[in-house]
Design a protein around this ligand. Structure first.
Ligand code: Z7Z
Length: 403
């Protein structure tokens, strides 16, 4: 990283490319450099401003008036560029337009409506773990657990049909790549966009959804007049975009964390009630969602600098989640710490509306594993999956010690 001088006074400049393969393979050194360079850094390659310290990331996340989402939360500025798909009513909207969809989805995915899923998902997780262990104790945890469990429970919970579910992961992978620059990761997904978007769009229709899932609950809100019938399909699309890859990569993050911290696995086995907190600590530690952008609606002072109106600001959630100014011994994965306040689910008005679903999935899997598995270790070198937004694994070979 070369630090030079910025077009804006008092802002350090970096020519680093956060979306290069080298950085995506191991972003931690870049995170530290950006945090230490100052409260805000100009990234000359993209002409955007970056914040990597906890205080500034948190401040930007909770300040939706000055850091808007409606111009898109990727590098592309919707004020001047055409989005690759119609904007999300939740993610890419600000109050007041954001409020009704958010209120509805908050209720559909809230702890109260998830209560009816808890027992079924626990049983599903136990069945999956028993079936996996019956086949052997050495396997690739990415397809076998991290992908298998969300794909087993989440599409059913939304209420989509059986056909075409293999489209969910590639669609989400492309959507999260599309928040970055139009690099090779975006190019490799572009040819499937018509097919994948077409399939996703079909799943969002009322007729395509079962009568008792999250999708039907969104349509019921339209019937009650809480949202319009035009809004309902786009909100189902939000579930299918943001609800699959995120939980898959969060589960592989936690499995990797435990495979590399055997003492912490022993703690969980001794006290499975730690599962919920363990998931949040893993989200803090690995930050499956690494980054996204806001756009300034006015000149905004950050530190000694003024970011001009209409500029993209890149928020490094992952760097904030390991900022030593906020966290003691931030690189330690530690079930004893209180991870609350991490920004892995964002913060403020747009904070992840699906986080209770994600926690329930993780709790089910961890609890089922803790019942039978005494040790988890890597059985070979894990392999990263590169995505412009997500920190992910393609392969995580593990060896389990079982009772
Ligand atoms: O509404 C949506 O389609 C949607 C897509 C992506 C909502 C949220 C996200 C997202 C989640 C984006 C985490 C960045 C980080």
């Amino acid at each position: 990283m070369t630090l030079t001088h910025s077009p804006v006074a008092d802002v350090p400049v970096s020519d680093v490319d956060p979306f290069s393969h080298e950085v995506l393979e191991d972003p931690l050194p870049m995170h530290e450099e950006l945090r230490e360079a100052g409260p805000v850094v100009h990234l000359s390659r993209y002409d955007v401003f970056a914040v990597a310290r906890y205080a500034e990331v948190h401040a930007a996340l909770v300040d939706w008036q000055r850091f808007q989402s409606a111009a898109g939360v990727g590098l592309s500025n919707f004020r001047t560029e055409e989005p690759w798909r119609p904007p999300s009513l939740l993610l890419e909207a600000d109050p007041p337009r954001h409020d009704a969809p958010r209120r509805v989805l908050g209720a559909v995915l809230g702890p109260r409506s998830l209560r009816r899923l808890r027992d079924a998902w626990s049983a599903d997780a136990e069945q999956l773990v028993d079936a996996v262990l019956a086949e052997g104790t050495e396997f690739d945890a990415v397809p076998t657990l991290a992908q298998a469990f969300p794909l087993r429970v989440f599409p059913d919970a939304v209420g989509i049909g059986q056909d075409g579910r293999e489209n969910l992961l590639p669609y989400g992978d492309h959507a999260f790549n599309a928040f970055g620059p139009s690099n090779d990761l975006v190019a490799k997904g572009t040819h499937r966009v018509p097919e994948l978007s077409g399939w996703v769009g079909e799943q969002c229709a009322r007729e395509a959804l079962s009568g008792d899932g999250f999708g039907a609950a969104i349509w019921a809100a339209a019937d009650r007049g809480e949202i319009t019938p035009q809004q309902a399909p786009l909100m189902v699309r939000s579930l299918l975009t943001a609800g699959v890859d995120t939980t898959v990569h969060a589960l592989s993050a936690i499995l990797y964390a435990f495979a590399t911290h055997p003492d912490q696995w022993a703690r969980l086995v001794a006290d499975p009630s730690l599962a919920r907190g363990a998931f949040d600590e893993a989200v803090r530690w690995e930050s499956p969602v690494q980054t996204f952008f806001r756009t300034t609606t006015t000149d905004v002072r950050i530190g000694d600098a003024v970011v001009p109106e209409g500029h993209k600001v890149l928020m490094f959630l992952a760097a904030a989640n390991r900022d030593p100014r906020r966290w003691t011994d931030p690189d330690r994965f530690d079930l004893g710490r209180d991870p609350s306040g991490h920004v892995g689910f964002g913060m403020g008005l747009h904070q992840c509306v699906g986080q209770h679903v994600a926690r329930l999935e993780a709790e089910a899997v961890l609890t089922a594993l803790a019942r039978r598995v005494r040790s988890i270790e890597l059985a070979g070198p894990p392999r990263r999956h590169h995505n412009n937004t997500l920190r992910a694994w393609d392969s995580l070979p593990v060896r389990l010690g079982v009772v």
